[in-house]
Design a protein around this ligand. Structure first.
Ligand code: C2E
Ligand code: MG
Ligand code: MG
Ligand code: MG
Length: 275
């Protein structure tokens, strides 16, 4: 009957919710030991210059490698850690990981390319974050410019704190990239008011450029960003067609599976040496 069916569904969803809650508690309980055992690592996805087709930068993306070697993707734990606040510690851990990596490369005599780190909006509310990050850069003896900070556009919404925060970052010498532009609440005024030097066009916009109207939107975003003195990175570029169109639109940099997936350290080093 309908009633039985209904109760059956409720039971089903209650069970699903319970499972999700248990999964979340497990992810939270395992966090500290995962940090201690260095189970979190960064992968590196190269960003290519559209004109020269060479690597001009990279983005660090966290991966959780379990002791059995299986990998957990950020989508499975970042949203949870953003809610419970653990993300602040994880972001700082990855930031340190990237700074130490840059120091290794510098010691090997390699020319450093900027490797950006993602900073969650949760971190913005911790007043000493900028000082802590500055200290990590200084301890590693690397230039501030080699670890740009990516903040999502939603993180910049309507927030007085964000102005102080971004200005402090930029005054310290960090480059600031606006991440996922066009995916959520794009506020055009924040683009002109906050000191971002790079705009990253979200994959969802890039996916529309084969349509005339979608193309128009991307073209105008690029013109706007350039007009405001920003560089443009297109995210999630997967095809030669997309690359060709973005080239015509004078997009500066490309990040996407077309050129490269995010790579583990050793593979990234190899690829950048071939560069
Ligand atoms: P994001 O910062 O926008 O990073 C880009 C995401 O798009 C990455 O997913 C990357 O693997 C994926 N991607 C790049 N090119 C392509 C493509 O051509 N096709 C497709 N389908 N995907 C592409 P990933 O590594 O799963 O990370 C997802 C999100 O998790 C990131 O989005 C970022 O918001 C968050 N995240 C990752 N690492 C960190 C971190 O260390 N801290 C914080 N706070 N967030 C992080
Ligand atoms: Mg990012
Ligand atoms: Mg992004
Ligand atoms: Mg994203």
């Amino acid at each position: 009957s309908i009633r039985d069916n209904y109760e059956c569904n409720i039971a089903y969803y209650t069970e699903k919710m319970k499972q999700k809650q248990m999964q979340d508690r497990l992810l939270e309980n395992r966090f500290e030991s995962a940090i201690k055992n260095k189970e979190f690592v960064a992968y590196f996805q190269p960003k290519y210059d559209v004109k020269t087709e060479r690597i001009t930068g990279a983005e660090s993306l966290v991966r959780w490698i379990n002791p059995d070697g299986s990998m957990v993707m950020p989508g499975d734990f970042i949203p949870l850690y953003e809610k419970d606040g653990l993300i602040v510690k994880l972001d700082e851990y990855i930031f340190r990981y990237v700074c130490e990596f840059q120091r290794e490369l510098m010691k090997k005599g390699q020319e450093l390319i900027p490797i950006s780190v993602n900073l969650s909006r949760t971190s913005i509310h911790h007043s000493d974050i900028v000082e802590r990050y500055m200290k990590i850069v200084e301890e590693n003896g690397i230039p501030f410019s080699c670890v740009p900070v990516e903040l999502t556009e939603t993180a910049t919404l309507n927030n007085v704190m964000i102005r102080d925060f971004t200005e402090k970052l930029v005054n310290a010498g960090f480059a600031l990239h606006m991440d996922d532009f066009g995916s959520g609440y794009s506020s055009l005024i924040t683009l002109s008011e906050l000191p971002f030097n790079t705009l990253k066009i979200d994959k969802s916009l890039v996916d529309c450029i084969h349509q005339q109207k979608g193309r128009m939107v991307v073209q105008q975003v690029i013109i706007l960003a350039h007009g405001l003195g920003m560089k443009v990175v297109a995210e999630g570029v997967e095809t030669a067609d997309q690359l060709e169109l973005l080239k015509e639109m004078e997009c500066d940099n490309i990040q996407g599976f077309y050129y490269s997936r995010p790579l583990p350290k050793a593979e990234f080093v190899k690829k950048s040496e071939e560069n």
